[in-house]
Design a protein around this ligand. Structure first.
Ligand code: ADP
Ligand code: MG
Length: 146
C-alpha cells in the first residue's frame, strides 16, 4: 500500500465558479502537510478556480491566479501552498532544475495543473483529481481518481 491521504471528500458536481471554490475549500479540509494534488482536465474545466478554494480552505488570503507563465506560485507563510502549472513547460529536465523534489517532499501542499505533463516526476502519494464539463454551460464535474 502506498501512503496516501485518507480522503473523505469524494468529488463534486458544481454549477458555478463559487460552488467550485467551495468544493476546493472542502477538499482542503482533508489535506495534510506534504500532500501533492494533480489536477487533470481541459482548459476552462475549473482547475484554477478550485485552487482558489483550496487556498481559502487552508486559511490563506492570497489572490490565486494561474501560474501559466511563472510556472510556480508560492502562497502563504511556510509551509503554505505551491501552485504549479505544467501547461507551457513540458520539459521534465526543466522542472527537475526548478527543484520539484523540494516542493513535493516538504511540508507544503502542492497543487499541479496539467500534471500529466510531468507524470514521471510525480510522487506515488499524489492525489489525482479529474475535472470535466457537465451538460450545462456552467456545470463542472470533479472526481477523485482511484
Ligand atoms: P482551468 O484552470 O481548468 O483552465 P479556470 O478555473 O481557469 O479553468 O476557468 C474556468 C472558467 O469556467 C472560468 O471562466 C469560470 O468562470 C468558468 N466557470 C463556469 N462555471 C464554472 C464552474 N462550475 N466551476 C468553475 N468554473 C466555472
Ligand atoms: Mg488553470
Amino acid at each position: 500500500m502506498s501512503p496516501t491521504t485518507l480522503m473523505e471528500w469524494t468529488g463534486a458536481h458544481t454549477r458555478s465558479p463559487d460552488e467550485t471554490r467551495r468544493a476546493g475549500a472542502e477538499f482542503a479540509g482533508d489535506l495534510k502537510p506534504g500532500d501533492v494534488v494533480a489536477l487533470h482536465g481541459e482548459l476552462g474545466s475549473g482547475k484554477t478556480t478550485f485552487v482558489q478554494g483550496i487556498a481559502e480552505g487552508l486559511g490563506l488570503h492570497d489572490q490565486v491566479s494561474s501560474p501559466t507563465f511563472a510556472l510556480i506560485h508560492e502562497h502563504g507563510p511556510p509551509p503554505g501552498l505551491y501552485h504549479l502549472d505544467c501547461y507551457r513547460e513540458t520539459s521534465l529536465e526543466r522542472w527537475q532544475q526548478l527543484g520539484l523534489a523540494e516542493y513535493f517532499y516538504g511540508e507544503a501542499v502542492s497543487v499541479i495543473e496539467w500534471a500529466e505533463n510531468i507524470a514521471p516526476l510525480l510522487p506515488e502519494k499524489t492525489i489525482h483529481l479529474t475535472f470535466s464539463h457537465g451538460p450545462e454551460r456552467d456545470e463542472r464535474i470533479i472526481e477523485v481518481r482511484s
